[in-house]
Design a protein around this ligand. Structure first.
Ligand code: NAG
Ligand code: NAG
Ligand code: NAG
Ligand code: NAG
Length: 465
């Protein structure tokens, strides 16, 4: 009897100890890992809240603003929408592992809350491929919100009266940037004002330079010779995939792609409904999230960041557009563009923002002190906002660069406040470059090659007949 009691007591204690150790997403009030979801991080979690302390410059008044805004939270890509029903199967398997097969791990298992929420999850089958990457309601709110926030602080420049000489807007040729532009305009002027954006050129070199740059496309940022590939074939990655599989009760290791699908759904749902929790996020411990974060940050580091020197020249046109606009005394006073991850990140690398002295590599996963953290730089609705100040007397003009409502702390500026003359000096190369030959001189080359080969064909045809 005594022995039995002791055994029961001991196993309770053991259970208790395990419960203490087991990570429970549903019970975690902080959920700090949601700040590490890279380019699918919710804007509302990342946005700066100190703008009050940074926006005023004594003796100066804001006169011009230039904005590059990523679209807000969107629906998944075609590939993810098509794979999403697989999550229903994974859900059933995990629940069966725990409740029927009894292959729940002895330590570090899913908690009861997380498991029972998972068992009730369903894929929203109204999300169909024809809506791929559409802006969500939260995404619309994100952009309305940033417009109102910046207007609250810089209402003298971001006036509530619209006219098309003072304001210049443009978006890319997608639903999500078109809707983002509308949301932003609604935030500034209300829902009833008709705002006319500029026409999208056939070749959008300004907002999508990457679409026309063959030499940039040739960089291997996730293929066989990349650091990303090395990382995804490393012991750390393998162990992470195996640990996650084990934690979910599988007696074999899941495909990486299944786990990445759960990771994607976690991040999407968390960004679609910022005040709820996605059950899929419970499938990952905070330490496992760090592994996925690093993998993605490293991908972007080589795709758009400092991993390849040429990346810093890719967005020459947008950087130059900003400098020219801020330097010009004439209208428009406000320019706002609505684009994508690639545009925002390559602008940051053009401007030397968040630069790392030590490159991100598969082998130095251990570091957490790197700057190219895309969760902070480029969440959904990320925005780069340059505010130019005209100053009195012999004080030179100033500028503050905001990234997601935080003043960018460049080391040659004074806690975020930069001298305009210094800006022009630092970025002189970009300011004066001929962007069409600075990099991607091949942007127009495709058509030259085509017409040359047409010429050859004509000659051959001529010779033959
Ligand atoms: C399901 O998706 C559709 C289409 O995007 C959306 O309108 C609807 O609100 C979603 N339903 C739920 C319960 O989230
Ligand atoms: C356009 O709007 C700006 C800012 O509100 C205002 O200063 C300017 O007078 C307006 N111009 C015209 C032609 O209405
Ligand atoms: C990781 O797993 C893959 C596939 O199972 C295997 O081919 C590779 O050798 C493993 N790498 C390491 C470093 O364990
Ligand atoms: C770095 O990672 C290795 C595993 O690859 C681990 O053994 C080591 O403790 C880590 N070091 C730090 C400083 O985190």
């Amino acid at each position: 009897m005594k022995l039995l009691l002791t055994t029961i007591l001991l196993s309770y204690l053991q259970l208790f100890v395990h419960c203490q150790n087991d990570y429970c997403f549903g019970k975690d009030n902080e959920r700090t890992q949601t700040r590490h979801f890279t380019s699918k991080t919710a804007y509302q979690i990342i946005k700066g809240t100190n703008i009050e302390k940074e926006y005023l410059v004594p003796g100066c008044k804001p006169t011009k603003i230039w904005i590059l805004h990523r679209h807000g939270t969107r629906l998944p890509t075609v590939k993810t929408i098509k794979s999403a029903p697989k999550l229903n199967t994974l859900r059933d398997e995990i629940v069966a592992n725990y409740r029927v097969r009894r292959t729940k791990p002895d330590t570090n298992a899913l908690c009861l809350e997380d498991l029972s929420l998972l068992s009730m999850w369903k894929w929203n089958s109204s999300i169909t491929v024809d809506q791929e990457q559409f802006l969500t309601m939260q995404g619309y709110e994100d952009l309305k919100g940033t417009a109102k926030t910046y207007q609250r602080f810089y209402g003298d420049v971001l006036t509530k009266n619209y006219n098309n000489t003072y304001y210049k807007f443009r978006h890319t040729d997608t639903q999500r940037t078109t809707e983002s532009f509308k949301a932003f305009a609604e935030g500034l002027f209300g829902a009833d004002v008709k705002v006319q954006p500029d026409q999208i050129p056939e070749k959008d070199l300004l907002l999508r330079p990457y679409d026309y740059c063959e030499s940039w496309k040739a960089h291997d940022y996730s293929g066989e010779n990349s650091e990303n590939y090395k990382f995804k074939h490393s012991a750390i990655w393998n162990k992470t995939i195996a640990d996650i599989s084990k934690r979910l009760g599988f007696q074999y290791t899941l495909e990486s792609s299944d786990i990445e699908l759960m990771w994607d759904m976690c991040r999407y749902e968390q960004a679609w409904h910022v005040d709820r929790t996605s059950v899929w996020c419970a499938m990952f411990t905070p330490a496992q999230v760090s592994v996925f974060e690093y993998e993605d940050d490293m991908k972007y580091f080589y795709k758009l960041g400092y991993g390849f020197e040429e990346n810093t020249r890719l967005n020459c046109r947008a950087a130059q557009d900003m400098l020219t606009h801020l330097n010009s005394p004439t209208t428009p006073n406000v320019i706002a563009y609505f684009g994508h991850t690639s545009g925002v990140q390559s602008l940051l690398s053009a401007l030397g923002i968040a630069k790392d002295n030590i490159p991100l590599t598969a082998n130095n996963y251990n570091r957490t002190d790197y700057n190219w953290k895309t969760s902070n730089l480029d969440p959904f609705a990320s925005n780069f906002v340059a505010v130019k100040f005209t100053c009195n007397g012999n004080v030179g003009d100033k500028v503050i660069f905001f990234l997601n409502q935080n003043a960018v702390d460049l080391d040659w500026c004074d806690v975020g406040l930069c001298d305009w003359s210094e800006v022009l000096k630092r970025y002189e190369t970009l300011y004066t470059a001929d962007c069409s030959s600075y990099y991607c001189a091949d942007a127009g080359a495709a058509s030259v090659v085509k017409s040359l080969s047409m010429l050859f064909i004509s000659i051959i045809v001529y010779l033959l007949y």
